[in-house]
Ligand binder design. Structure first.
Ligand code: DX5
Ligand code: ZN
Length: 229
């Protein structure tokens, strides 16, 4: 199993009034990737941020990979806009695209890394045909739409399954998990084969206004747990 673990704070739980500074602070505190949740009030019952905000972060000077998690339907229209805005990964939910292969190819053609996202109860069958064409599998461990929900434990079995598929085919595909992850459960998630960990409320909820590097403690706690894997 890969020991190359990556921590991806979800900016959904950041203070949007000072987003650039928030992203700078989590990266300075040791985060690896910026997880960017895009919600459309159609595929999911919430509305968040789009390509303009991604572009603003790039212009602000963010050089870490930006992991754009599309919770929108349809997906194809917005893919080139996110590519132009500086996205690194673009992941989408297969049930939100009529033509999954085409959406994956479009993300690749635009110069980004494609990934597929599976809701907790969504089966993995499309991976049979797509795993060798993508760079990331993202497993939702909550139902998408909101931060701060409780981790759904049966997704651990799913993670083990995907890890086995990736390894059996000798592929270099990241396995990411999203929802309800924090210092108390990140170790068992890592032991299930996950290498990239989204954490929204666990990271940004640890903010203390008195400390300019205020995310060091929580990101350090996540890393300390991962070191045991
Ligand atoms: C939920 C989003 C998540 C969310 C995770 O639809 O995809 O990225 O921000 O938040 P926490 O870590 O608080 O569960
Ligand atoms: Zn997400």
């Amino acid at each position: 199993m890969s020991k190359d673990f990556r921590i991806a704070p979800s900016i959904l739980s950041a203070n949007f009034a000072k987003l650039g500074e928030e992203v700078d602070n989590v990266l300075k505190s040791g985060a690896d990737i910026v997880h960017f949740d895009v919600m459309d009030n159609h595929y999911v019952p919430n509305l968040t941020i789009g390509p303009l905000v991604c572009e603003a972060l790039k212009k602000h000077g963010v050089t870490a990979p930006i992991d754009v998690h599309l919770m929108v339907k349809p997906v194809d229209r917005i893919i080139p806009d996110f590519a132009k805005a500086g996205a690194t990964y673009i992941t989408f939910h297969p049930e939100a695209s009529e033509h999954i292969d085409r959406s994956i190819a479009l993300i690749r053609e635009c110069g980004c890394k494609p990934g597929l996202v599976f809701n907790p109860a969504t089966p993995l069958d499309v991976l049979e045909y797509t795993l060798d064409k993508i760079d990331m599998v993202l497993l939702m461990s909550v139902n998408p739409g909101f931060g701060g929900q409780k981790f759904i434990p049966y997704v651990l079995d799913k993670a083990r399954k995907v890890r086995q598929m990736i390894d059996a085919r000798g592929l270099n595909v990241s396995l990411e998990i999203d929802g309800g992850v924090g210092p108390a459960n990140i170790l068992e998630v890592a032991r299930a084969g996950v290498d990239t960990f989204v954490a929204g409320s666990a990271v940004f909820g640890a903010a203390k206004d008195s400390d300019p590097h205020r995310y060091d403690t929580v990101i350090g706690a996540l890393r300390a747990e991962l070191a045991k894997a």
